[in-house]
Design a protein around this ligand. Structure first.
Ligand SMILES: [Zn+2]
Length: 121
């Protein structure tokens, strides 16, 4: 995943080199004992903490269709949402800029040009 700096207090989350996987700090001792995999169980996420393993995972394994997330999964989802928003926003800006340049150089219809402006906000 691309390394981008996200403002705010996210020192409790570490990304690792496996897609959708994070290490999450324990609120008890400040170490990073928990591994969260966000796309497990149809994107519910999975964690190796006791709360998830004992209370939540058995229900998911039986096919219960509920969102069953421990606090580590919820924290990783929040971080991932923030990260995704910034990646998507930058990509839309880039595409809008590219479209405007094309629209000017190739004389694309004005409706297409306006659409490009909307994308750029
Ligand atoms: Zn957990």
């Amino acid at each position: 995943m691309e390394k981008i700096k996200i403002p705010g207090d996210w020192e409790d989350i570490q990304s690792v080199d496996i897609p959708f996987t994070f290490r999450v700090r324990s609120s008890q001792d400040g170490t990073f004992p928990y591994t969260v995999d966000l796309d497990s169980y149809d994107c519910n996420g999975a964690c190796d903490c006791p709360d998830f393993k004992i209370r939540k995972e058995p229900l998911l394994a039986r096919g219960v269709k509920l969102q069953l997330r421990c606090k580590h999964i919820r924290r990783a989802v929040a971080w991932f949402g923030e990260w995704s928003l910034r990646i998507l926003s930058a990509e839309i800006e880039r595409m809008a800029e590219k479209h405007r340049i094309k629209a000017r150089s190739f004389g694309v219809r004005s409706a297409d040009r306006e659409r490009g402006t909307e994308l750029g906000r």
